[in-house]
Design a protein around this ligand. Sequence first.
Ligand code: GLU
Ligand code: ZN
Length: 477
Amino acid sequence: MKPRLRFAPSPSGYLHIGGARTALFNWLWAKSQGGVFVLRVEDTDQERSSIESVRAILDAFRWLGMDWDEGPEVGGPYAPYFQSERKAIYREHVERMISGGHAYRCYCTKEELDRQREELKARNPKAQFVYPGTCRNRTDQPDLAYVVRFKSPHEGATEFVDKVFGHITTPNAAQQDFVLVRTDGYPLYNLAATIDDHLMDITLVARARDHIGNTPQQILIYRALGWQPPEFAHLPMMLSPKGDKLSKRHTAVSVQEYRDRGYPPAGVLNYIVRFGWSAGDQEIFGLSELVQKFSWDHVNKSDGKFDDKKFADVAFEHLKRPELTPLEAYAENVRPFLAERGIADPNARTLLAAVPGVRERARTYKDAASDLDFYFREPPELDVKARDKLLDAAGAARLVELASALAGHETWDATALEGAVRTWAEARNLAIKDVAQPARVALTGRSASPPLFEVMVVLGKDRSLARLRRAPALVSS
Ligand code: GLU
Ligand code: ZN
């Protein structure tokens, strides 16, 4: 059977960067094996779930370039993919577990359980309260609110072989009669996830290791329902730089924030894949290369610490290399950031011509948009400090003369322009930099820009000359 993998987000916010890592491992495995990647929305906690959050998560997936074969919007043979629409399915299975003697209704109220917890605490402050099984053998069915609890076996052990963590054995005696269904009829995570993973024919459940303690309970549920559990792989955690849980206090944790910063999606995937997976010393991977190389043999148990600087470096590396971010993709992706700056419809040819001049330097698409800005604004924004330092009235007057000299120049490429400007400057006993720096201010409004003659080529003859001729106006403004 083809591998069927899933990612099962609870839609109570955005796609967390750690969640994206977990999804990525599932997605890579599905892609590399010709398998199926399922998105299942675990929205049984109605108070915390929202449709906006589902949308945000799907948007993040689309942006990252991780497509899903089944799930929201695309449907599939195992629909519905929202747990909130599967309540009848859970109910039916819970009934089966109750009649088979694997689960029971517990009528203990919260107050009763709280009181028992307090009593235990008074006797032994360190003891962990365990539901004492009060209703385990109850046969009456009073007309009272109840939860459904799993009837955990007291003997034996639950074992599984994790693809990453190896053999794991948990004594069943350590398991209390955990809750399957709440008083309001909503299933809890362990129940719903197990039923769905089985009914959706999931072959391998890969998720972060903070779920590893749930797995024995889930296996007990599989067994109670007479089902064969899937394989499991638990993944190491993405931790904060200090080694605790990664949260907003440390860094941006939503995928969306990295998009807004102007990171390239493949750079994001490249950074997060290293939390648990490696291929020798190689640091930089394109997405298709990841699909080719990913395998469970190279997934390890060590948690990783999040490092903003390293993340930024990986993102930058993707932006620099044309084989990872082809020119056309770069130009497309920088557009939203130009739009943010009020440049909604940059000339496509200018943009393609200009990108190579900035990609070596711009660490994000946002930086790139800032570096490219002067190409698309007439006149370019003027950095007054640069003007005060580099452009005075005499220099501006010379640029007007230079413009006239270049007007007769037919070949408008960088080499020819450089030669022409040099010759012109030498004839006037000027150093090239005494012309180049003022010209840079006139052409770009700045003191730093891509190489001057490249700028002139990208701007084209007419716009270059017009900007040089406007230099005197910059001085008096
Ligand atoms: N909804 C669960 C979560 O977001 C899914 C865990 C799992 O993959 O089983 O943590
Ligand atoms: Zn009870």
